[in-house]
Ligand binder design. Structure first.
Ligand code: C5P
Length: 218
């Protein structure tokens, strides 16, 4: 029931963990709070949500098809498996790089030598889906966490990635947004730039879900 009944929406959330060896990893900071709230709001509007999440701090929402992954490569695989979808919302903080050849055994600490890590670039999941030659979701939404020139960077990112909307926020430490319960976002679409007032992540999610419902039902 609800305006999104019969719609399939894919949501990515949380960080990815990229192993260095079996006990160590590199990752982005991400609690998964905003992505989880968005999935919950979409479910409340009646959508069938596939929720692809990395190892987040917050519990996944109820009522979704849950796919738990560790790495960016696994996340891409899970996203490709979950398609087709009417909309895809990329709220995950995907690590840009992985360790090129993760060690199968724990790297030992040795006196006088330091390990050197070589990186490989991870796939850009959002860009891949946004630029799919066929079967692209009707609405593709990306996020941009910026610390300066939020609108300029996010506008450029929307162009580069080929997504329909970018939800941008200022994650400078002073804002307390990263890991906090509130968010202040700017929504960038072909209609222009919309600045939303600071509100709870749950309210950002509900407002975004309403806009998604409108976009998918016109
Ligand atoms: O390029 P940047 O990481 O700042 O872009 C952020 C947006 O791109 C987010 O929506 C994020 O989920 C998505 N992304 C992705 N795969 C990556 C990197 C970012 O889906 N490898």
């Amino acid at each position: 029931d609800g305006p999104l009944a019969g719609k399939h929406i894919l949501v990515t959330s949380g960080p990815t963990h990229e192993p260095i060896d079996p006990v160590r990893y590199i990752a982005n900071r991400s609690s998964g709070a905003q992505g989880t709230s968005i999935a919950r709001a979409l479910v409340a509007l009646g959508a069938h949500v596939t929720f692809v999440t990395g190892p987040a701090d917050v519990a996944p929402p109820d009522g979704v098809t849950l796919v738990q992954v560790e790495t960016a490569q696994q996340m891409l695989q899970a996203v490709e498996t979950a398609l087709p979808a009417d909309a895809a919302i990329f709220a995950a903080a995907v690590a840009d790089w992985r360790v090129a050849s993760a060690s199968g055994s724990k790297i030992k600490k040795r006196k006088g030598t330091l390990p050197t890590l070589e990186f490989a670039e991870n796939p850009d999941i959002l860009a891949r889906v946004a630029q799919m030659p066929s079967g692209r979701p009707r609405l593709v939404v990306g996020f941009a966490a910026e610390t300066d020139d939020v609108v300029a960077h996010a506008t450029a990112k929307r162009q580069r990635k080929g997504c329909d909307w970018i939800v941008a926020n200022d994650v400078s430490p002073a804002t307390g947004i990263m890991g906090g319960s509130e968010n202040a976002v700017v929504l960038i679409s072909d209609a222009g730039v919309e600045e939303w007032p600071r509100m709870s992540k749950a309210d950002v999610a509900m407002r975004l879900a309403d806009k998604i419902a409108t976009a998918l039902t016109v």
